[in-house]
Design a protein around this ligand. Sequence first.
Ligand SMILES: [Zn+2]
Length: 372
Amino acid sequence: MDIVDVKHNNRKKIYFYIRDQKVATKQKIAYDLNLSLPTVTQNLEYLVQKGMISDEVKEQNRGGGRNPVAYTYISDVMVAVGVEITYHHIKTAIVDLDGNVIKYVHKRQLYERSDRYLQLIGDAVDGIIESGGVDPKKVLGVGIAVSGLIDQKKGLVVYGRIIDNEGMSKEDFSKYVKYPTKLIHDSNAAGFCEIWMSTEHKNAYYVNISNTIGGSVLINNEVYLGDGLYSGEIGHLNLVPDGGVCYCGQKGCADVYCNAEQLSDKTDGDLGLFFIHLKQGDEEVKALWDRYLDYLAVLINDIRMMFGCTIILGGYIGIYIKDYMDDLYERVNRKNSFFEDASKYLVPCRHNVEVVASGAALYFVKDYLDEV
Ligand SMILES: [Zn+2]
């Protein structure tokens, strides 16, 4: 490590120490990080000047005398915006550097491939920044999450049959967005949010069960993109040879049996209503749920056998599955070859409606914190 790296590393250590502790004195930082006082002082001055920490809080000194200056972490010195585009909605979120959602807006808007729609994306971004009372200078960037296979490096939707977005680029989606942007696969955004906000998991597989099924491989707190475009695409694992036709053109994909529409189709597209009927004991709904859980158990066991890590159940199903986990654990355990207990590795998601938009925003937060 050369001298520049050492200096950078020290600054990073100090910043993350204060971030962790929320408040700390210069002496405590020097002691805990084993750094000299001049080094700590110099870095603190830099961070205060950058507005990343504050020196305004004076720590109480009970013994009397001069109060030592305590430095505090400022979580909203910068923020990031995330946009989730679905067939029926434009959802936007603002998150701070701790991943807290400062504001979330859920707007019903039918997707269409048109310039007018791209303008609506720009309006939604401007709207949330204004209504959130955020200074535009604080906005690190805007993560735009869409369905489809995304080449993140090129910023291009390579395959987009769920909504009609195939061939659209990051530049298209950000035509009316005035900030730096990234184009992100929706399941990866959701998975990234779950792993980034988690203190106990570093590796996980995030299953995104909404009206289609996606997933995200999360290794060491980052999304694993693989060498191609298909990392985590478990919706197209074959579950039933020669089974029902999938939107991808193949037969018997997991998506055909486990997507949320398999349930909500029973209640006119209202998934919440499906679970109300289930609680009320509707026999047809119960039978459908029973069959659904069996398919889901196979899929979960397949994922476990491939990755051997924690599995986070998210998407629309993740919102409702919490009350049915014991039943699901039993079904998954029956499929497991090694007598594993699914309650040890299968968890419902923590973050719900805002997860995709927040996760898309967090890509910018991560970049910012990496560069401290
Ligand atoms: Zn398929």
